[in-house]
Design a protein around this ligand. Structure first.
Ligand code: PEP
Length: 249
């Protein structure tokens, strides 16, 4: 049986205190209409507390966008997995391509962050994806499977680990791979997970991310081995995010 879908919103460096209204709006929509998938919102660290509070009594989970590999210490500006768990987060995104590119994070860094997340009872959403040049060279599957092997923490299970496949060239650009391309890459990711985890690999969620919006969500979410979506821009407004959540069957 396919794993239950997960629609996760990555707010990136967006949102101010007034943005809690979007969570209240989403909560009202979810109270009025049952949804078939799990729903997660990952706001910037500044909004985690207020979003956790606003989401209370709903099925909306709140997560972080990154964590340090250490649980505490002299790391100015960083946030640890322990701190996220303490605030009421259930998940944390690690290895987003913007972190890999802007902060030079390697697979080993991502693996250490994912391990820290698991040690604190958080679900690690490990992001992988090829650049446009890698895709043009026909290296998508090599790049993605190698990132998974390099970023995969010890102790990963179907319950504590999610893979998000996000082609770098599709993030925030309005461009998406064809459903056939998504199917091919997700099948390769599934095979890699089974090689790494045995039977649990069949139950581990694989999300697609990159320019998902209400108008293309149904097409992308019904591709084989797509178990949900990681959504950037279209997660910022409850109405758009709801359009994607509703498309997840
Ligand atoms: C993302 O950055 O995780 C993402 C998928 O962004 P967007 O949906 O805006 O392409």
């Amino acid at each position: 049986m396919a794993p239950k879908g997960l629609i996760a919103g990555n707010w990136k460096m967006n949102g101010l205190r007034a943005s809690v209204a979007e969570i209240e709006d989403l909560k009202a929509r979810m109270a009025a209409t049952p949804v078939a998938c799990d729903v997660l919102v990952c706001p910037p660290a500044t909004l985690i507390c207020s979003f956790v509070k606003a989401a209370q009594g709903s099925a909306i989970s709140i997560g972080g966008q990154d964590c340090h590999a250490a649980l505490n210490g002299a790391h100015t500006g960083d946030i640890s997995a322990q701190m996220l768990a303490d605030l009421g987060c259930s998940h944390v995104i690690v290895g987003h391509s913007e972190r890999r590119a802007d902060h030079g994070e390697s697979d080993a860094d991502v693996q250490a962050k994912a391990a820290a997340a698991l040690s604190q009872g958080l679900v690690a959403i490990i992001c992988v994806g090829e650049t446009e040049a890698e895709r043009d060279d026909g290296r998508t599957i090599d790049v993605v499977t190698s990132q998974i092997r390099g970023s995969f923490p010890d102790g990963a299970t179907a319950d504590n680990t999610v893979i998000a496949y996000e082609p770098v060239w599709a993030i925030g650009t309005g461009r998406t791979p064809t459903p056939a391309d998504v199917a091919e890459t997700h099948a390769a990711i599934r095979a890699e997970l089974v090689a790494l985890m045995g039977e649990q690999g069949n139950r581990t969620r694989i999300l697609y991310g990159g320019s998902v919006k209400p108008s293309n969500a149904s097409e992308l979410l019904t591709v084989a081995n797509v178990n949900g979506a990681l959504v950037g821009g279209a997660s910022l407004k409850a109405e758009d995010f709801w359009g994607i959540i509703s498309a997840c069957q």
